[in-house]
Structures are given as C-alpha cells and as structure tokens.
Design a protein around this ligand. Structure first.
Ligand SMILES: [Zn+2]
Length: 116
C-alpha cells in the first residue's frame, strides 16, 4: 500500500508512452459499437472518415450498432453460406457431442452426482 501514490505519480506525465501517443501521425477517434450479445467493439477511424452504421463484432460475428440500447438484430435467414456452414458444423458436431458427453460424465463424477 505505501508508496502506491508515488509510483502512480512517476507514471503520469514522465513516461515514454505519452510521447509516442503525441507522435501519432494521423489523429484518430474511436467509435463504440455494441452487438446483440452485448460485446463492445471500439474500432478507430481517421477523423475525416465516416464511420459505418454497423460493425461486425470480432467475437461473435454479429453486426454491432452504435446504439447500445438497441443493437442490430442478428441476421436470420442468410443465404447459402450459412447453410453450408451448418452442414459442416453438423459433421463436427458428432465429435463435439462425444467430447461433451465425456466432459459431462467427468463433471458428474466430480460432483458426486448419484441421481440419474
Ligand atoms: Zn459480439
């Protein structure tokens, strides 16, 4: 605890980080987007660039909007791509289910869950 303020004091202002920030060539601004899953994305844009209405969430791939209260709806009926992806997923689902069942069995064993 003691000395915490002193460490803070040396960091602020006198660091090389502050200098590098000043040396940025193009000024940028950050815009916050929120997806339907509540993820916040903060891409940065050049000051004179126009930010898009939506931004793809890098975590779940859903479109994210600038209004946190009402993020854009996840796309529902997507064309062929999604269907193909779905078919592919079903293949690996068999493996996934086996792994999941194994994991569940382990979990139950750890919990001592005797009810079945
Ligand atoms: Zn997301």
């Amino acid at each position: 605890m003691a000395g915490g303020n002193a460490i803070r004091g040396t960091r602020v202002g006198a660091g090389p980080m502050g200098e590098s920030e000043r040396g940025e060539s193009a000024p940028r601004r950050r815009v916050s987007y929120w997806c339907a899953n509540g993820h916040e994305v903060r891409p940065s844009f050049a000051l004179d660039a126009e930010e898009p209405e939506t931004w793809d969430c890098p975590r779940c791939g859903l479109p994210a909007g600038k209004d946190q209260e009402s993020p854009p709806d996840p796309p529902r009926n997507e064309p062929y791509k999604t269907h193909l992806a779905y078919v592919k997923e079903r293949r690996s689902d068999a493996d996934g289910e086996a792994i999941l069942a194994e994991a569940l069995a382990k979990l139950r064993a750890q919990r001592g869950d005797t009810a079945s």
